[in-house]
Write a protein that binds this ligand. Structure first.
Ligand SMILES: Cc1cc2nc3c(=O)[nH]c(=O)nc-3n(C[C@H](O)[C@H](O)[C@H](O)COP(=O)(O)OP(=O)(O)OC[C@H]3O[C@@H](n4cnc5c(N)ncnc54)[C@H](O)[C@@H]3O)c2cc1C
Length: 343
């Protein structure tokens, strides 16, 4: 393919294990491109628990999850791997010459010598609103993320959810929306207590309405979106005219396209050997939460080890006649050169 980005390796997934794979490949002088469907690096660490501390990373007695990702980014910087975010890898196809065609939903195309799948538990998808017909209005009236906040100013807004995203956006839109309703199925919130307290103040000041309840159905007028019916816990149904409805119910992982690449699976994970962490297709490796083998533990630490061994496996796949030997980062001049460390 003429417009393809030619590279030694494509890494699918930029969670902690995908990021560390860049490092291990880089030490061996192998270049990689990183691709992730999320808008940023970090996988579960950044998406699910960025503020939480991790206690089982060697030599870091405590490290925030986002801090770990920031540190990994710093560590892989010398290798200059290009990182492509907002791109779900949809196609991985092995060619007769042993190389791979890789395509993303957003139109990126790679011609890669080897693949590492570091897809974790899959790509994260928003949990949907769960009322009939909502899909037809996704992106026009029903939203799962806010792209350009200003476009909703002056609108009638309904926000569903009780976590930080729901509360943060409710606070942000208060005073800017024409009308604003927050709906959550319980009176208790997962969001930061300070945000909940502020929301209650805005409610008292009449800038926001809170309803304890769930979405029941869409309101349509001549087939056009007109709002949403909410069934309150108390039993009454509220018809809420709205221009835009947001649902912030969190994300759930979907193995998605990875399951369609012809690789052997066991319980929704990719079977690998424990010598090189190669899948059932030579040249496609898998590290981190996405893989399985006897004794597998889904820990970041395990993924780091897997990435180190996969790097050697990849080097052998790409350059079979190259002699392999172990070098220490402490003493290897060639590794210092690759790391940009003056000897
Ligand atoms: C609340 C919580 C606390 C945790 N605490 C710890 C702990 O203390 N210690 C520990 O070791 N582990 C902990 N874990 C587990 C740890 O986060 C995972 O083991 C780790 O994130 C796995 O890293 P990964 O790189 O394999 O995958 P992930 O972090 O899941 O990242 C995978 C990435 O791949 C992307 N992706 C998937 N499919 C595609 C595709 N087709 N195209 C493009 N991108 C794709 C996803 O968008 C995602 O960003 C915790 C997990 C949770 C949820």
């Amino acid at each position: 393919m003429s417009n393809a980005i030619v590279t030694e390796v494509v890494i699918v997934g930029a969670g902690p294990c995908g990021l560390f794979q860049v490092f291990e490949l880089g030490l061996l002088g192998i270049k990689a491109h990183l691709v992730d469907s999320l808008a940023h690096a970090g996988g579960q660490c950044s998406e699910l628990y960025p503020e939480k501390p991790i206690y089982d990373i060697p030599a870091l007695p405590v490290c925030g999850a986002q801090e770990l990702i920031d540190r990994l980014q710093q560590q892989i910087k010398p290798f200059g791997a290009e990182q492509h975010y907002g791109h779900e890898v949809t196609v991985v196809r092995k060619r007769d010459d042993g190389r791979f065609d890789v395509e993303t939903a957003g139109g990126l195309v790679f011609d890669a010598g080897a693949i590492v799948i570091a897809g974790g538990v899959g790509s994260f998808q928003p949990k949907r609103l769960g009322v009939d017909g909502a899909e037809a209005f996704e992106g026009t009236n029903v939203f799962y993320k806010v792209r350009n906040a200003a476009q909703y100013h002056g609108q009638r807004l309904v926000i569903f959810g009780g976590g930080d995203s729901a509360l943060d956006w409710a606070l942000d839109f208060a005073g800017k929306a024409k009308s604003l309703t927050l709906v959550h199925r319980r009176a208790e919130f997962r969001a930061a207590p300070a945000s909940v307290a502020r929301m209650r103040e805005l409610e008292a000041a009449g800038q926001l309405t809170f309803i304890e309840g769930v979405a029941e159905s869409l309101m349509l007028e001549d087939g056009r979106f007109a709002g949403v019916n909410v069934k309150a816990t108390a039993g009454t149904t509220h018809a809420l005219p709205a221009d835009s409805v947001f649902a912030f119910f969190g994300l759930h992982p979907k193995l998605g396209p990875i399951a369609e690449w012809g690789l052997e699976l066991e319980k929704r994970a990719l079977k690998v050997d424990t010598e090189k962490f190669q899948t059932s297709v030579p040249g496609i490796f898998a590290v981190g939460d996405i893989n399985t083998y006897p004794g597998k533990k889904k820990l970041i630490l395990s993924g780091f080890h897997e990435a180190a061994l996969a790097a050697f496996g990849i080097q052998h796949y790409l350059y079979p006649s190259k002699r392999q030997f172990l070098q220490y980062t402490t003493t290897s001049p060639v590794m210092h050169q690759r790391l940009g460390i003056p000897d």
